[in-house]
Design a protein around this ligand. Sequence first.
Ligand code: M5T
Ligand code: MG
Length: 591
Amino acid sequence: MKNFTDDSTESEYRGNALRKLLAYMKPYLGWFFLCLILILALTGLDLYRPMLIGDAIDLFEAEGNYDVIVDTAIKYSVVLALGFVFNITQAWILQKTGQKIIFTIRRELYLHIQSLSSRFFDLTPVGKLVTRVTNDVEALSEMYSGILVRLFRNIVKILGLAGVMLFLDRKLALISFALLPLVAALTVLFRRIARETYRLSRTRLTDLNTFLSENISGMRIIQIFGREKRKFQEFDDRSGKLYRAYYKEMMVFAIFRPLIYLLSVLSLMVVLGVGSREVLGGSISIGVLYIFAQYIQSFFDPIQELAEQFSTLQSSLASAEKIFAILEEEPQVREPENPVILPRILGRIEFSHVWFAYDGENYVLRDVSFVIEPGQKVAFVGATGAGKTSILNLIGRYYDIQRGTITIDGTDIRLLSKKQLRSAIGQMQQDVFIFQGTIESNIRLYNESITREDVKQAAEYVNASRFIEKLPRGYEEPVSERGATFSAGERQLLSFARTLAHKPAILVMDEATANIDTETELLIQEALQKLMEGRTTIMVAHRLSTIQHADCIMVMHKGKIRERGTHQELLARNGIYKKLYELQIHHDVTA
Ligand code: M5T
Ligand code: MG
């Protein structure tokens, strides 16, 4: 995120945001142009209406003929009707194009967020992103469908009114403008305060959303630890801050508007006072005075609106800045420009002197090297925090390494397209993520090439079909977000079916058997054996009994591979593995 120190860089950055926002209008320039013309016409009509009546008054006074009134009434109706049509048309165009632009931006934003790397999501709260895609984008809609055009309209209106007033009577016009410097000063002051309050309410809204998304996801923990009261206080505190920010915003408007109104009334009083004397003296007609009285009111309105619109514009720009900051966020794991396409991935994995740190400084893997041949089963063991999950994260290139190389079938994974690489890897994580949808949609994950038959076969193969078929609606059974209605073992079996259905060449499992009771474990072990058939398999396991048959076991300690070999070889070495093993045997016997 950018931090602004002096005003010049800030306005430069704002200018940038504005330019980018305007760029989105490009496809609709024709429509916007039409809108501007309609608005010019509308302003013309606005100026014309008081003149029509002013003239009528003068004519009626001179001739006393009622026809003038009928005539004027007809003209006035036509003018009103025209204005009505113009107004509706321009509002329709603006809303439509505005919403379309917003739609485009929202879409771009989501696509971009999707392309960002794990590191970004590790560091960014979900609620913040949700606010960007919803509230902040919405704030832009104001700008497209209102502000820009109304800004134009008001400027044209003010200039038009001033011009006509000067033309009709210079002296009265200058008197009407006498209070303008005061209005200008007020406006500047207002803008400055309004900007602060806008910014405040934006940040506080983000704060509240971030709090909500995190704490609703973690509601269970809050309830388990009985922290409702404390969390409510936190919520209340943020909510209160937002309330005060909005309140302040309202207050600024509530004071500014009547002040401007007061000034307009003052001007009107002065103009009427001076003007009526001139009417009596015969230097201007009653009609002209009427026009002035009308104009003064419609003169101050756009000025007040202008000030408010500038501040809304600023708030839109503030939102725009935040949106563009995300759009400009580069994915840390970059797609190669000309990816190497392998005809088929066999599954040979090689790590060569790999050094890796999530934050670029604190290395969690140090000089890790190993080779896994296609079809081999390799297991990683070691204490918690040793770097096992990190190794798995690197194989699918969810993070890039600092030093060394990782190759698949001899090709550096940084040269492969992320899509090909990742579709070759069936990765099962420590916790299974289930999306809202059905059992079927969760196994298939919107992959069109997987048929319903494939889904069923996969589920049967990994023993998941037993519990699925017991569900009232079988594969169509609705699943709630995070799959809270399933047992841990069921979720695990589902994730097996999901992985199998995608037919990966490489299988990557993190503690995949940790959550399961003995009976299900037998099912799972059987399923696992089938899953691993003919696939390169890399697994992390805490329970050594599950990995005794692995072709190679690597023992990790503080980011390094300290021992490697088969179960028997490692036991014979009498090292870390032996100790781990004895601890577990002992534990199993006493348990
Ligand atoms: C190794 C750090 C973690 C630990 C070290 C996943 C992750 C880990 N780390 C981060 O800084 N950011 C991350 O996103 O890396 O962690 P690991 O590889 O997850 O360890 P493990 O899988 O061997 O442990 P466990 O507990 O799963 O057996 O220092 O802070
Ligand atoms: Mg782990």
